[in-house]
Design a protein around this ligand. Structure first.
Ligand code: AMP
Ligand code: ZN
Ligand code: FE
Ligand code: FE
Length: 277
């Protein structure tokens, strides 16, 4: 079983890296990519824990959320050289921007009659990337909404009254960063982004894959993206985007199923990058 998309408490997942890895082992996952938003802080512990659960392998990854006209595009980076100092500096800047965004979201919420303290959000974040899911949790805690789902539907969804975009990175910029870190750049859950018209430009910019297998993709969408990958010689990846239990989504690790070939193709592309230097 292969799962090439997951989150820990290093971003907005609810399981600590070690817990996530143990959960993956329990479920029989053989290859797990950890792709926290703007953070690789979970990887060291995850790798340590995975060593206790052979044959489980960890793919070091990251997910960079970028803003485009009228929406959002998430770019996954697999096998990034995450220890590089320039890369960590950039991730720190992106996380700092997330902190600033929490203040702006709090202002919007106050104007909507739903005051929150940014500190309540940061208390949930610990050392990871502050995100809208943390804000959603605070809205639930305060009793403004019943569920995180309702918080997103009414206020935080893209284009929602309390959603504040982050202006830092374009998808082309994210692809460039991942390529510079010798990673493999993949368009995450394109079916959620609804920006298929941008894909040719992203391929021009160096995109190497598309996340085809994804729970919220219809069979038709999956087929379309698989064909696109075939036509453009891209890697077709897939994953659960698991954020832990009780994160407003009903998915679990290892679903949907992803062919082992996806992992093999990913490694091949990575090796090509490595030999090119
Ligand atoms: P952020 O990185 O702060 O923009 O938040 C992005 C995260 O919010 C995603 O990874 C999802 O976990 C979550 N999210 C985004 N949109 C929704 C939605 N409509 N319903 C539930 N969760 C969502
Ligand atoms: Zn997330
Ligand atoms: Fe995403
Ligand atoms: Fe994700």
């Amino acid at each position: 079983m292969i799962d090439l998309h997951s989150h820990t408490t290093a971003s907005d997942g609810s399981l600590a890296p070690r817990e996530l890895v143990r959960e993956a082992a329990r479920r029989g996952v053989r290859v797990l990519a950890i792709t926290d938003h703007d953070s690789t802080e979970g990887l060291a512990e995850a790798l340590e824990e995975a060593a206790k659960h052979p044959p489980l392998e960890i793919v070091p990854g990251v997910e960079l959320n970028t803003d485009v006209e009228g929406g959002e595009i998430h770019i996954l980076g697999f096998f990034v050289d995450y220890l590089a100092e320039w890369f960590q500096t950039l991730l720190r800047e992106l996380r700092e921007e997330r902190v600033q965004r929490v203040y702006r979201i709090a202002e919007r919420l106050a104007a909507l009659g739903l005051p929150i303290e940014p500190q309540e959000v940061f208390a949930l974040v610990k050392e990871g990337s502050a995100g809208r899911p943390h804000v959603a949790q605070v809205l639930v805690q305060r009793g403004y909404v019943k569920t995180m789902r309702e918080a997103f539907d009414r206020y935080l969804r893209n284009g929602g009254p309390a959603a504040v975009p982050r202006k830092k990175l374009s998808p082309e910029g994210a692809i460039e960063v991942i390529r510079r870190a010798n990673g493999v750049a993949v368009f995450a859950h394109p079916g959620l982004a609804g920006k298929d018209d941008l894909i040719p430009g992203l391929i021009q910019a160096g995109l190497q894959g598309i996340e085809c297998y994804y729970l919220e993709h219809s069979p038709g969408q999956t087929a379309t993206y698989l064909q696109l990958c075939k036509d453009h010689h891209l890697v077709s990846t897939g994953g659960s985007d698991y954020h832990g239990p009780q994160q407003g989504r009903s998915n679990h690790l290892g679903a949907p199923s992803v062919p082992l070939a996806a992992y093999e193709a990913l490694k091949t592309v990575k090796q090509r990058a490595a030999t090119r230097g």
